[in-house]
Ligand binder design. Structure first.
Ligand SMILES: [Zn+2]
Ligand SMILES: [Zn+2]
Length: 154
């Protein structure tokens, strides 16, 4: 089962309840309504939202949810390997639901983060000066620039 793919044919297979039930039973935690709502929101987000963004979106249909609950739920999902936490440009932590190997373009103006694939890079063998330092767990590229929209509005 692959999660968080932007590919349309896979999105139609997105069954958040079944996925979360599976994840919770493996992690030995309870599947609550709030967890399900946070899961649905983060897994369908394509903009690498911050916890505050998720909270703002959820609050519209779940007025009782608290920002603290959103923080804790996202932290739980991160620990379970369902989403990734990332830091860009010294901003608030952002969350990435796409667990497939990919890289990021970060706009330094609007802080938009865009996924891209780079199979050639993924195949690269890192130089010994890096591999000598320790074990490589992943190699990911963060390209920084100014997106077209921001470049135009200058
Ligand atoms: Zn931008
Ligand atoms: Zn991403």
């Amino acid at each position: 089962m692959r999660l968080g793919n932007k590919n349309k044919s896979k999105d139609t297979n997105f069954d958040p309840l079944a996925q979360l039930r599976d994840i919770c039973s493996k992690a030995g935690i309870r599947l609550t309504h709030q967890r399900l709502e946070v899961f649905k929101e983060i897994k369908s987000a394509h903009d690498h939202p911050a916890a505050e963004d998720i909270y703002g979106r959820l609050k519209k249909r779940m007025p009782t949810i608290s920002l603290d609950t959103v923080y804790r739920t996202l932290a739980t999902f991160e620990k379970m390997g369902v989403i990734r936490k990332m830091h860009v440009l010294d901003d608030h932590a952002r969350f990435d639901p796409n667990m497939e190997r990919h890289h990021h373009f970060v706009c330094t103006k609007c802080k938009k983060i865009i996924d891209f694939k780079w199979p050639d890079f993924d195949e690269l063998v890192l130089p010994p000066e890096i591999t000598d330092v320790g074990t490589i767990l992943e190699q990911q590229v963060e390209v920084r620039g100014v997106c077209k929209k921001c470049a135009k509005s200058k």
